[in-house]
Design a protein around this ligand. Structure first.
Ligand code: G3P
Ligand code: MG
Length: 233
């Protein structure tokens, strides 16, 4: 089962920072998840619409220029990273799941993924995901084969139907939605199942038994520990 470091290793380091991605790699994550938003045509790795929770800035991210945003402290003195900085840091040592938080990111993310492929990244080591069905359709319209994961927090049926339509590679359900039957149904359609956000070892173990293909975890080492039987249930 794939250990996907959620926003890097946000249980250990400030989320979506280079330190967090470094930490995730050090803890054995085979993939990292991050969130992107587009400002002034640049891809910033950032989760919220506002700056307040994770930086020393305030207000809407989109109300600032990239130059202003880069001056804020996103934790432990680090700036909000650009997506290309994260790709350079990871440098094929792990897969990257890029979660798009706005439609403006679509062309720039697709262009960056294509550049990474040209630099030797494996086709399946970069995959895009989103909750918005409209944005997922835009991604597929922008590129015929870029790997897509469909995020779903409710209403599984329409998400599976969209995954089929878009020839997605994976379904990313909330942990609250997952059942053994859902895993079987997705696998029957050749969709991998990556569940967010699972931090409790007992739950990681149960999902593993159900055949879940990966979990987004704030503590990426826990997935390995469960698999190695280091965690006593
Ligand atoms: O991609 C999995 C998970 O990150 C989705 O929710 O809100 O943490 O971006 P969120
Ligand atoms: Mg996310």
């Amino acid at each position: 089962m794939l250990s996907i470091g959620h926003r890097g290793a946000m249980g250990h380091a400030p989320e979506n920072t280079l330190a967090s991605f470094n930490q995730a790699l050090a803890l054995g994550a085979q993939a990292i998840e991050l969130d992107v938003r587009c400002v002034d045509g640049r891809l910033l790795v950032f989760h919220d619409e506002t700056l307040d929770r994770t930086t020393n800035g305030t207000g809407l991210l989109y109300a600032h220029s990239v130059t202003q945003l880069r001056r804020f402290d996103a934790g432990e003195g680090q700036p909000i990273p650009f997506l290309e900085e994260v790709c350079a840091l990871v440098d094929r040592r792990a897969a990257i799941n890029i979660e798009l938080k706005d439609a403006a990111s679509v062309p720039a993310v697709v262009a960056l993924v294509v550049r990474c492929w040209q630099q030797g990244w494996a086709q399946n080591s970069l995959w895009l995901s989103c909750f918005s069905h409209e944005i997922l359709q835009q991604i597929r319209a922008c590129h015929a084969t870029v790997p897509i994961g469909v995020l779903v927090e409710d209403r599984v049926g329409p998400a599976i139907e969209l995954a089929r339509q878009l020839r997605a590679v994976a379904l990313h359900p909330s942990r609250k939605l997952v059942t053994r039957e859902l895993v079987e149904r997705a696998h029957h359609l050749n969709l991998a199942v990556y569940v967010y956000t699972v931090n409790e070892p007992e739950e990681i173990g149960r999902l593993r038994q159900w055949g879940v293909d990966g979990v987004f975890c704030n503590y990426p080492e826990r997935v390995r520990e469960v698999a190695a039987g280091l965690v006593v249930k």
